[in-house]
Design a protein around this ligand. Structure first.
Ligand code: GDP
Length: 363
């Protein structure tokens, strides 16, 4: 599965957000696959309005959304790369996640200490980013020494690694995150280096309750920065989300409307995390259940089948495919078949977001 690490300075609202995420999920446990893997790791359902539509038309008994894992990574402070706070321990946790959710404090509250003195999300973002850049730089500088030695001994693999690392080291030395220096076509090779600053980032602005619908001056500054960086950003009030997570589905809608909100901030965080990771969803629809499955963009049919079961990839023959819009417009599989909207696709087919699939395979 794919996961997002929640990082940020102390007292910005990380745990509040994480708990709201996982409590919402556990409240819905009857319908949603959820488990707490470790105290700081939670799996949450990815909201997708298409599921209910498909289940209605397909007369499914059950809906199973796909899920995303969140990791609450505490202990990040100024000086972490030198071992302050939990130091290297938690840096190792960040290396292992696929994307970073960076929570920024955008609320004032005199009762809640800000470790850096006052509220300033841009400064906070820079403190964290600097720690991550320093740790990445140190890790690359350490690794490149041995590789350069091997490269001088005509080790071509090592030479290629050195070539990959050099521009990244240069960028980090100039105070730029590795993600700004990834050479064209080298995304996968860079990903394998497990650098923290090459991972995609979503800024989550944690604003006061009164600003949840509109954002505030602090979150506007973050928005400007995110736009400049090409990063994603979402405005939430963790305090509101904590309340929402305690409510049943119907009360939830009413509560949110009362605050001028269309959907919960958590839903937006989950959806943004999903997009950040470059993930797509395909569906399987049957009388027993309508289910969403996660693949990365560009995944071909046999590998998409493997998400359901490894044997499906090995024995893959073909897949019957109906685009989501066609499935709805034709009122289901039979109608789509009649209208010529059901396609038989082979092993080179790149599965599209929203495809309704039925795999044919040998066992
Ligand atoms: P963490 O250290 O980043 O995990 O921060 P916590 O989630 O533990 O929050 C620190 C404190 O700030 C707690 O007392 C929270 O109740 C409070 N807090 C979190 N989010 C908000 C918010 O949106 N508004 C206000 N007023 N307080 C918040």
């Amino acid at each position: 599965g794919f996961n997002c690490g929640i990082v940020g300075l102390p007292n910005v609202g990380k745990s509040t957000l994480f708990n709201a995420l996982t409590e919402t999920a556990s409240a819905q446990a009857a319908n949603y696959p959820f488990c707490t893997i470790e105290p700081n790791v939670g799996r949450v359902a990815v909201p997708d309005a298409r599921l209910a539509e498909l289940a209605r038309i397909g007369r499914s008994q059950k809906i199973l959304p796909t899920s995303l894992e969140f990791v609450d990574i505490a202990g990040l402070v100024r000086g972490a790369s030198r071992g302050e706070g939990l130091g290297n321990q938690f840096l190792a946790n960040i290396r292992e996640v696929d994307a970073i959710i960076h929570v920024l404090r955008c609320f004032e509250d005199d009762d809640i200490t800000h470790v850096e003195g006052g509220v300033d999300p841009i400064r906070d973002a820079e403190i964290i980013e600097t720690e991550l850049m320093l740790a990445d730089l140190e890790s690359l500088e350490k690794r490149i020494v041995a590789l350069q030695k091997k490269a001088r001994g005509n080790d071509r693999e090592a030479a290629a690694q050195v070539e990959l690392m050099e521009p990244l080291i240069e960028a980090l030395r100039e105070g730029k995150p590795a993600r700004e220096a990834i050479p064209e076509g080298q995304e996968e090779a860079v990903r394998r280096l497990q650098l923290m600053t090459s991972k995609p980032v979503l800024y989550v602005c944690n604003v006061d309750e009164g600003s949840a619908a509109t954002g505030n001056a602090f979150s506007e500054r973050v928005r400007a920065r995110a736009e400049q960086e090409g990063a994603a950003m979402v405005v939430v009030s963790a305090a509101i989300e904590a309340e929402v997570s305690q409510l049943g589905a119907e009360d939830r809608v009413e509560f949110l409307e009362g605050l001028g909100l269309k959907d919960s901030g958590l839903d937006r965080v989950i959806a943004a995390g999903y997009r950040l990771l470059g993930l797509n969803t395909y569906f399987t629809v049957g009388p027993k259940e309508t289910r969403a499955w996660t693949i990365t963009e560009g995944t071909k049919a046999p590998q998409a089948a493997a998400v359901i079961h490894n044997d499906f990839e090995r024995g893959f023959i073909a897949c019957e495919t109906i685009a989501y819009d066609d499935y709805i417009a034709c009122n289901g599989e039979a109608g789509a078949r009649e209208a010529g909207k059901l396609r038989i696709e082979g092993r080179d087919y790149v599965v599209q977001d929203g495809d309704v699939l039925l795999f044919r395979f040998n066992v």
